[in-house]
Write a protein that binds this ligand. Structure first.
Ligand code: GCU
Length: 137
């Protein structure tokens, strides 16, 4: 099952703006989360099967402190992911979280938890559309 990428600039953004001034992003830009608690990006992610899935965020954080996001699927329990400094706004790294998804469409929401807001968010990838541990090639 091939990887699927979901660009942040195509997601549902609340308290954030699409920008393209820092090189290295995929697609046409990235989301600059507003520097407030509660700024968010919601991706609609399709899974072939229900179960635990690994979701990988590509991001940049050019500051010296983490920009944590609380991530949940379909309004369920949130897992906080740190999104640590990457050294520069043009240096993009990935951070993964495992969440339960249903078969079909899922709403994956990533919400900032500090006054600094989130990292610059490039995209969300789901490595395999089947369950994490049963469809690896
Ligand atoms: C700078 C940078 C933005 C970033 C922002 C922030 O303004 O240019 O890309 O999003 O800092 O701290 O969130």
């Amino acid at each position: 099952v091939p990887a699927s990428d979901y660009e942040s600039e195509s997601a549902t953004i609340a308290q954030g703006v699409v920008e393209s001034n820092w090189a290295g992003f995929s697609g046409t830009g990235f989301v600059n989360y507003d520097n407030v608690v509660g700024s968010s990006v919601e991706y609609t992610v399709t899974a072939a099967q229900a179960g635990a899935h690994v979701l990988t965020f590509r991001f940049a954080n050019g500051t010296t402190v983490s920009r944590p996001l609380a991530v949940n699927a379909n309004g369920g329990a949130a897992t906080t992911v740190a999104f640590p400094p990457t050294g520069a706004w043009t240096t993009w790294q990935t951070a993964a979280v495992t969440l339960p998804l249903v078969a079909g469409a899922n709403k994956v929401r990533a919400v900032s938890t500090t006054a600094e807001g989130g990292p610059n968010a490039d995209k969300l990838s789901i490595a395999f559309s089947g369950p994490a541990d049963t469809e690896r090639p």
